[in-house]
Design a protein around this ligand. Structure first.
Ligand SMILES: [Zn+2]
Length: 357
């Protein structure tokens, strides 16, 4: 037996079981998976011991929202939440109104931990599930989550988490849009000094996306709708090992909306403020010739910033940017001229030089 394994939880039968599995593992993958199980059990024990210690501390009881009496303790009651490392169990004091009001029982420790009443899974597990669901179907996301956490999760649960997260995100966005409309600037995202000195690239386009004809129902003919998308990035430069200077995009951000140009405009402006449009040394707008997009640009941005055309030095790099990010092999001719502004169809990768309207 290893020295380290001697020192960890010799009295815990579950840890002992997994330590034996570690000893018996032959191949490296078997060894890693066995150690992973030990790590998970240890993580659960560690979290539970911290929670037990916090539960022993004196509780500050709130007042009953109905009658104002100080809530009284009804003793310790067990709680369980499924987390990324497995099920976490703890005991904490719960309290009720001494006047018998019909307000629900309170658990101050749960409140301090950010655990909602009836919440069965921990937020970090839900976050990972939502992140998987961005890229794969819900059933696959649930399977991947099971592999990562060792707990069984249903596709329906992942669906519910995504709905809840989407609702929270929408509320947050509307608050921020309202704030900008009322003149409150959002907090800019922190940016390293070298990136803050690079041009801010912005662009927009519409893409057709398949929708179900009736929300939540798989039956019926696919309905195609246009989603308006805006992209933002900083155009940095990077020297390769061979000494060549290449363009590199940093701080990529994306906004999208199923709605009119005005809806995209306010979202794009909010994100542009967050990405430091007010202090960027140069702002470059990229879009195809669609009148709506140039209208959006004019209405939204020319009033607020001085638009600058791309300098010669960026032309080749802009092509590379287009190819790198979009994968297009289309090298359309670039018209040159000091008055030319570069329009790029950000989704097809088609590049054309065009006069500013
Ligand atoms: Zn009461």
């Amino acid at each position: 037996m290893l020295c380290l394994s001697d020192s960890i939880c010799d009295e815990d039968p579950l840890v002992q079981h997994w330590l034996c599995t570690v000893e018996e593992a032959r191949t490296l993958p078997e060894l890693v998976l066995a150690v992973w199980s030990v790590a998970r059990v240890l993580a659960i024990r560690l979290v539970e011991s911290v929670l037990a210690e916090r539960a022993r501390r004196p509780t500050l009881w709130p007042r009953c929202p109905q009658c104002g009496a100080c809530v009284r303790s009804k003793g310790f009651v067990g709680r369980q939440v499924i987390s990324l490392v497995g099920p976490i169990r703890w005991q904490r004091r719960v309290g009720r109104c001494p006047q018998g009001c019909e307000t629900p029982q309170v658990a101050p420790l749960d409140d301090a931990l950010g655990v909602q009443p009836h919440q069965r899974t921990s937020a970090e597990l839900q976050s990972l599930g939502c992140a998987f669901a961005v890229f794969v179907p819900f059933a696959t996301a649930a399977t991947l989550l099971g592999w990562a956490s060792g707990v069984a999760v249903s596709p329906r649960a992942v669906w519910d988490w995504v709905q809840a997260a989407g609702q929270r995100a929408m509320e947050q966005l509307h608050e921020q849009l309202q704030g900008v409309a009322e003149g409150h600037l959002p907090t800019a995202e922190p940016l390293a000094a070298d990136l803050a000195a690079t041009p801010l690239l912005m662009g927009a386009d519409g893409v057709m996306v398949p929708f179900r004809p009736v929300g939540g129902q798989p039956r019926g003919k696919t309905a195609w709708h246009e989603i308006k998308v805006g992209v933002l990035a900083r155009l940095g430069r990077h020297r390769t090992r061979t000494g060549a200077l290449v363009a590199r995009l940093h701080q990529r951000r994306l906004v999208a909306v199923f709605g009119k140009s005005e809806a995209l405009q306010e979202r794009l402006w909010l994100e542009a403020l967050r990405q430091g449009i007010r202090s960027a040394p140069q702002v470059v707008w990229l879009s195809d010739g669609a009148r709506g997009l140039w209208g959006l640009f004019e209405e939204c941005f020319t009033l607020k910033i001085d638009t600058m055309c791309l300098e010669d030095i960026y032309r080749q790099k802009l092509m590379r940017f287009s190819q790198l990010t979009i994968g297009s092999k289309d090298r359309d001719c670039l018209k040159t001229g000091p008055e030319a502004c570069w329009q790029v169809d950000t989704f097809s990768g088609h590049l054309t030089g065009a006069q500013l309207p």
